[in-house]
Design a protein around this ligand. Sequence first.
Ligand code: ATP
Ligand code: MG
Ligand code: MG
Ligand code: MG
Length: 439
Amino acid sequence: MRLSRYFLPVLKETPAEAQIASHRLMLRAGMVRQQSAGIYSWLPLGLKVLRNVERIVHEEQQRAGHIPLLMPTLQSADLWKESGRYDAYGEELLRLTDRHGRDMLYSPTAEELFTDVFRSYVKSYKDLPLTLYQIQWKFRDEIRPRFGVMRGREFLMKDGYTFDLTKEDALHAYNRHLVTYLRTYERMGLQAIPMRADSGPIGGDDTHEFLVLADTGESEVFYDSEITDLSFGDREIDYDSVEQCQAVLEEFTSRYARTDETHDAALFEQVPEARRRVARGIEVGQIFYFGTKYSEAMGATVQGPDGKPVPVHMGSHGIGVSRLVGALIEANHDDRGIIWPEGVTPFHVGIVNLKQGDAEADAACDSLYASFAALGLDPLYDDTSERAGGKFATMDLIGLPWRVTVGPRGLKNGVVEVTSRRTGESEEMTPEMAVEKIA
Ligand code: ATP
Ligand code: MG
Ligand code: MG
Ligand code: MG
């Protein structure tokens, strides 16, 4: 993409309403625009990151055999009356009435819809296990939308639902999700720690939240510092293996790690004092096993091996896709701007032409651009006539991992300058070597 043809409305001033770094930087970098409280337009740069986050979530879900589909955002209230949640959910549920006076709602989560699809088609235990998921917009009329996309009212969520014949099978599905989540966050360059949590209005006993440690997080968390040494890495996992998934769950949940909702001071005391940490975190996902709560209320049964109907055991598993964009910035920025991890960056590399209109510099930039594109990389070429300082400031703000700076003086010696956004280190090298280094 050439910057002169792109739509990147960066702001010079820091927006007054933004209290935390990610919100400030998303507004300044022209990623989002607030349209009303907690409701955002995703501008081109923001949309690219959102799509990258989404892509990683899809890939990791499908790697584990989970099946994507898409449900409507607007739903009839009938299913919610059946499950009993229409009255129970409270003010966060946006209720609407259509022209015929029918009660509708904007889905804040989708247990009812998935259970309805399941009960309509699946009749036999032989069709289990089944995990269906979607990445779809949700609406919750949050009492205090704030921190930009981190606590929006409209937000993008991956929500997956598991259907199994027995509790043991459902717990395997739960463990399998835990593994997919560990992989998902790590691929984005984030450490998200599974913590024992409270199940809230979805209901159920077994539940973990995934938290990214950050001072600006809304949850208070208590944990054994050993847990931050763990990483999933690139180990192979057989998602069908009950033992392997169980072992990962045990490894990642055996140390004390809880949110304030489930914190147990006496248990925490048993962690050696030097390892006790009290901090703040951002909830970027949650997994639940809730048994037959919805299947019984809504008649989602299958014919069991003995021919008798059995209500299926269910779980639901969410990832805050749009919140992750904010969380990624909270974890990766400095005072000049964002520092994107490679896995989610909107462009792989920025090309800065120090002397637009200089035949040699223009040609060198065009050639670099073509080389990156040929390798399947997505470069952003600042071909505007802005001054060097302004170009650098924009590149630093939008946080691409690499910048290649091209000017007549360097070209005389056959070199361009390659700068890493994360370390700030610059190196001169030939354009060919620059391409090789970044690819
Ligand atoms: P929170 O405690 O932050 O209100 P939640 O526990 O109500 O979140 P869940 O029902 O667990 O949310 O939804 C799954 C995921 O969706 C959450 O882990 C979070 O990452 C994301 N999410 C929830 N509410 C919002 C929101 N208002 N804006 C953006 N993302 C959200
Ligand atoms: Mg909530
Ligand atoms: Mg929560
Ligand atoms: Mg939650």
